[in-house]
Design a protein around this ligand. Structure first.
Ligand SMILES: [Zn+2]
Length: 76
């Protein structure tokens, strides 16, 4: 596993230390969308350039469990 500085980020709300991890999806690619509800895998833009067909889609992330807020890193 590679490590980036995302794990050193602080919570944008409370300034506390963030818990590192990954946001994982199921089956279809993780996408960035401008609306809350989408029905197809074609709306929005994938967060990763190259999909991993053997594993569920993930992006590196860090979250604050107290504020229920998080940041994530993507490459597309
Ligand atoms: Zn917080």
């Amino acid at each position: 596993m590679h490590h980036t500085h995302i794990q050193n980020y602080r919570c944008p709300k409370c300034g506390g230390k963030l818990e590192p991890g990954y946001i994982a999806g199921q089956w279809s690619r993780l996408r960035w969308c401008l609306k809350e509800k989408t029905k197809t895998v074609f709306s929005g833009k994938p967060l990763k350039k190259v999909p991993d067909i053997w594993n569920a889609p993930t992006v590196e992330a860090a979250r604050c469990d107290k504020c229920k807020l998080g940041v994530f890193s993507y490459d597309n």
